[in-house]
Design a protein around this ligand. Structure first.
Ligand SMILES: [Zn+2]
Length: 300
């Protein structure tokens, strides 16, 4: 009970933080807000009584939300209804983690994931901030080590960074120790760069075997992921059917066509009557390792 309550609060807190940060980002772009104003407060009564001292009401300028709306219109990003309160799934206990290609939910949500991080176009930062939708970034540490700070504005805009190996190898058939190092060391490095250790892992190319799922568990991962749709050069490719389904996970990359892919993915989610939600909100957080980093423990 306590655990559930705490995780709920954490999720609620994160949602508020995301909203606040995205609002703050938009506000900073506008530079229109006066210092000391309380952005959360609803507008007080419109007319001030004559003779009452105090600052005169500030004429309403463009709000952070209207600024984001304008940016979305410029990029062709659809407007979404807020995501419903997340109903986290249940994951089985055991020595291995699940490999999920979608989230088993009937809630009208889908999940946008963006992988690798080799190409770092500033437009990606702008698009993620403008969209104001939750995204999960599965980053390869070798891909981003030349400039990990490139991803900080995305984190500030609400993106969550998860693990996608050190050097992007095919994992299937590799030794336990090899796979474990790829998962544990990438998670440890991402924690050093971004202050939060990943709890989710996507194996490169979506390739895994039983060793991958066991090593992921040992490295503190809660689950591993495949996908249901890929987006490339703006085109969404469906593994089943021709529309995004509730719980689907869309995969795109930090590639040259980032804008077309990002907007294309969001339009596909919007066409399906769904709203982007945060993958992490649907996955129970694994208990913290008893002591030290899992990577530091001896292997079996
Ligand atoms: Zn990849």
């Amino acid at each position: 009970m306590l655990h559930i309550a705490r995780s709920k609060i954490t999720r609620m807190g994160r949602a508020r933080i995301v909203r606040a940060l995205t609002a703050a980002g938009a506000a900073a772009l506008l530079a229109a807000c006066s210092a000391g104003s309380e952005p959360k407060a609803p507008p007080a009564s419109a007319s001030a009584a004559p003779g009452v001292s105090g600052p005169a009401p500030i004429p309403a300028g463009p709000s952070p939300e209207s600024a984001r709306t304008a940016q979305r219109a410029r990029y062709g990003i659809p407007d979404f209804a807020p995501a419903p309160p997340a109903q986290p799934i249940t994951l089985p206990a055991g020595d291995s983690v699940e490999f999920l290609r979608r989230i088993p939910t009937t809630q009208k949500v889908a999940f946008l994931t963006i992988d690798d991080g080799y190409l770092k176009k500033p437009e990606a930062q702008e698009l993620i901030a403008a969209a104001g939708v939750p995204v999960t970034l599965f980053l390869t540490t070798d891909a981003i080590k030349d400039d990990p700070d490139f991803f900080q504005p995305m984190v500030a805009a609400g993106a969550v960074i998860e693990a996608h190996s050190v050097s992007h190898p095919g994992m299937r058939g590799r030794s336990h120790e090899f796979q474990r190092r790829q998962i544990c060391e990438s998670a440890d490095q991402l924690a050093r760069w971004f202050g939060k250790r990943p709890t989710l892992f996507r194996p490169p190319y979506g390739e895994k075997d039983a060793t991958t799922l066991r090593a992921a568990k040992e490295c503190g991962m809660a689950a591993t992921f495949f996908w249901t749709e890929t987006v490339h050069k703006g085109k969404v490719r469906y593994q089943e059917g021709s529309t995004v389904q509730p719980g689907d996970i869309l995969l795109m990359h930090f590639r040259e066509a980032f804008r077309a892919d990002f907007v294309g993915a969001l339009k596909a989610i919007h066409r399906a009557g769904l709203t982007p939600a945060l993958l992490e909100d649907y996955i129970p957080v694994p208990p913290a390792p008893a002591q030290g980093s899992p990577a530091a423990r001896s292997s079996d």
